[in-house]
Design a protein. Structure first.
Length: 436
């Protein structure tokens, strides 16, 4: 039998200890944003009993569970049993798992649209007017049950599995989510995008969309006409159908951009379109650039081709450069999935799931605001890094002159940095310089 080494004894303690003492700093920042006061004006769905939980506290503690790593409703118990964290955020009590799910189940479609559109609109209204780049994107959230809206559709990672297919609008300049919809799994990428964009523009308010970018799922003549009627400039990836491939193949003038890269352009008018539109094309020689993105033309595998429809009059290489920056929205989606857990907060009722989904988007924007307005670094860390760098600091609540004091167990060398963040929070302003 192997002997267990007992180099140190252990025992239980009644001290109010937390692994998340760094959230005291974030609480200071959260208070200065004024989100709590705005939540109270939102008229969140109320509990049926007078003894029920304050819905504002339920929403805040849900966000807290997301910020410290929760990706399932069952993970919210970590917040519930952390008395120190409860005191930091001045909650009298923290709800149980069933309380969170009951709150979201009270959301009906009008509630979801009213509350989150209003909250996002308030959020962007606080910032000075900017000319922004808006990226539209969709993703697949695989489901493993029979939830409402969980249907079989396009699912590249798990073909044949039911899923939800949300639509999101990212403000590239601010690394934030302007708007989001949860949709059933069999919905096409561009379904409902006109109404979605109209709502997004209302949410953005005094901000002007200088450029809209989207992938080939949004390559639709009706949507392009809608963008032009709104006088918006756009770059949208082209869906490579046989007709477009033949037209690209017919291009005779190609201009060299770099080693193995050439550009060209053409005018294309699909059958339902009322006018021709400009198509910018980039081709890359596979022999020189084996990692090149794009599609082959028919059975010719010497070049890979990419094409975009645009109303910009910029040179093709500049159109390509602008569109490539859209790849950052894919990073935002990855962070939402792996750090914020948008895959995991799923309920039987569709609008309950959408309410939790859009709640996570608000939690994401608050973290993004913190990263840029307080940390102010050129390459803002992901939430998973931020947890260990700023939030996961062992602390406990003690007493000093009969007052509660949070004792932060931080290495001496790191204390000036930590105190410096408090100083930046004191100077917080919505008129921050975006770190892009």
């Amino acid at each position: 039998m192997q002997t267990i080494t007992k180099n140190i004894e252990w025992q239980f303690s009644d001290k109010e200890v937390t692994a998340w003492g760094g959230m005291r700093m974030f609480k200071e920042f959260y208070d200065r944003t004024g989100v709590r006061e705005e939540l109270r004006r939102m008229a969140l769905p109320m509990p049926g009993s007078n003894a029920g939980f304050d819905p504002v506290v339920v929403m805040e503690s849900f966000w807290m569970s997301v910020w410290i790593g929760g990706s399932r409703f069952t993970h919210t118990t970590v917040v519930r049993f952390d008395d120190a964290l409860r005191k930091i955020f001045d909650w009298k009590r923290v709800p149980s798992v069933s309380t969170f799910t009951r709150l979201f189940k009270r959301f009906k479609q009008p509630d979801v649209d009213r509350i989150f559109n209003q909250l996002n609109g308030w959020f962007f209204e606080r910032m000075p007017a900017r000319t922004i780049t808006l990226d539209l994107d969709s993703t697949v959230l695989t489901r493993f049950g029979e939830q409402e809206g969980s249907l079989v559709g396009y699912n590249p990672r798990r073909p044949g599995r039911p899923s939800h297919h949300p639509l999101m609008a990212f403000v590239a300049d601010l690394r934030m989510v302007a708007h989001s919809w949860l949709r059933s799994g069999n919905t096409g990428s561009g379904n409902g995008v006109k109404n979605f964009l109209a709502e997004t523009m209302i949410i953005l308010g005094h901000h002007r969309i200088g450029l809209l970018r989207a992938d080939s799922g949004f390559f639709d003549g009706g949507f392009l006409s809608d963008l032009e009627s709104k006088v918006l400039e756009y770059i949208i990836a082209v869906r490579m159908n046989p007709v477009i491939k033949m037209k690209i193949q017919a291009i005779r003038t190609w201009t060299k951009v770099d080693g193995g890269i050439e550009c060209g352009e053409l005018e294309y008018q699909a059958g339902p379109w009322l006018k021709p539109r400009r198509i910018a094309v980039i081709r890359q020689l596979v022999e020189d650039r084996p990692q090149a993105c794009g599609r082959y033309l028919f059975d010719m595998h010497d070049y890979r081709y990419q094409a975009w429809v645009t109303n910009l009059r910029l040179p093709v290489p500049e159109v390509w450069r602008l569109y490539r920056q859209r790849a950052d929205s894919e990073n935002r989606i990855k962070e939402l999935k792996y750090d914020f857990g948008i895959n995991g907060f799923c309920l039987q009722n569709f609008y309950a799931t959408e309410a939790s989904f859009r709640s996570v988007m608000v939690a994401y924007n608050l973290i993004s605001l913190f990263r840029q307005a307080v940390l102010g670094v050129k390459l803002p860390p992901r939430l998973s890094t931020l947890r260990f760098k700023c939030f996961a600091i062992g602390s406990w609540i003690g007493k000093k002159y009969r007052r509660s004091v949070l004792k932060v167990g931080l290495n001496v060398k790191r204390r000036p940095w930590f105190e410096g963040l408090f100083s930046k929070i004191e100077e917080f302003s919505w008129d921050f310089a975006p770190q892009i």
